[in-house]
Design a protein around this ligand. Structure first.
Ligand code: ASP
Length: 325
């Protein structure tokens, strides 16, 4: 893509998409994130890296974990954090998004974290903000969710090492999934061995998408011998017609991950899900809470990834503001 996310010093400025991001940048973010990993129950890592900088979380679409994750990440790095309440937002009063951004810029917000159901909003904002300001995409339509792609790749690498040797199977509503698109991008950038997409034909992506991936409509075929199995939510909010949404029981019968069906995957395969999970639809509880599940680790790793991304872009803010440290 032509839009530049890296500044003239080679530092990350915006994170709108993993498209076009070099392997070295992906590896750098993951390496930094590893430093922020501590086990649940241990004191969380804190730093004063972002002291004096202001992060605004603008979520124009529902979110629990991503919003909480960005908020905690920014606070652990000592930023001032503003969470804009969507219902109270001026957008509901008809102000354009960009006017909201300019208003917040006038209050010296340095980093915008943006989620929107529409396509193109994070990039549109990034093109118009002041030179020192950074924009991070926290979920854009069905197109992109870069920090999710990074946390998924990190989780896979922490458990399984080099993705080049792995078979990764994504199962479910891939057509409507920004998680799957960002996972594909992250895995392709780092050279995945084999990526398999499995789901009902109508929920598989168009043929021109997901270059290099193998497709299956049969679950056993899709996950046979896989090292990683990632289930996705049926994203009901993105179906054009309600009548297109699969019947949950029928869907579970064909595509739900159960201990039994996972028998064809590798014996040490890990199971992932970006959340929120529908137990009994995409996955049974015995799997979600079982020994193969790394679902909660994904959440922990997500926080570390967001700290790493904030840490990297804060360098741009400082430099562009002419600060020395
Ligand atoms: N939380 C993820 C997302 O924002 C996955 C989902 O909603 O199903 O895309």
């Amino acid at each position: 893509m032509s839009f530049e996310q890296i500044n003239s010093f080679g530092n990350l400025r915006h994170l709108i998409t993993l498209e076009g991001l070099h392997k070295s940048h992906v590896e750098l973010i993951i390496e930094r994130a590893r430093r922020y990993l501590t086990a649940v129950g241990e004191p969380p890592p804190r730093a004063d890296t972002l002291r004096g900088q202001t992060v605004a979380n603008l979520f124009f679409e529902a979110s629990t974990r991503t919003r909480a994750s960005f908020e905690i990440a920014a606070k652990r790095l000592s930023a001032d954090v503003l969470n804009l309440d969507v219902n109270m937002s001026s957008r509901a009063k008809g102000e354009s998004i960009i006017d909201t951004i300019f208003t917040l810029e006038a209050m010296q917000v340095d980093i915008f974290v943006v989620r929107d159901a529409g396509p193109g909003i994070p990039e549109m904002i990034a093109r118009q903000v002041a030179p020192h300001v950074c924009v991070l995409n926290a979920g854009e339509s069905d197109i992109s969710h870069p920090t999710q792609g990074l946390l998924d790749l990190m989780t896979i690498m922490l458990h399984k090492g080099d993705p080049g040797k792995l078979t990764v199977a994504i199962v479910g509503d891939i057509r409507h999934s920004r998680v799957a698109r960002s996972a594909h991008r992250a895995l392709s950038t780092c050279g995945v061995g084999e990526l398999r997409l499995t789901g009902p034909a109508e929920l598989l992506p168009d043929d021109h998408e997901f270059a290099g991936a193998v497709r299956a409509t049969d679950l056993a075929e899709g996950i046979a011998g896989a090292d990683v199995v990632m289930a996705l939510r049926l994203q009901k909010e993105r179906f054009v017609q309600l009548s297109e949404i699969p019947d949950p029981q029928e869907y579970f019968r064909r595509y739900g991950l159960t201990e039994d069906r996972l028998g064809v995957a590798k014996a040490d395969a890990i199971v992932m899900h970006p959340g929120p999970m529908n137990r009994g639809v995409e996955i049974e509880s015995a799997v979600a809470d079982g020994p193969r599940s790394v679902i909660r680790e994904q959440v922990t790793n997500g926080l570390a990834i967001r700290m790493a991304v904030l840490e990297l872009v804060h360098v741009h803010v400082r430099r562009a503001r002419g600060e020395r440290r």
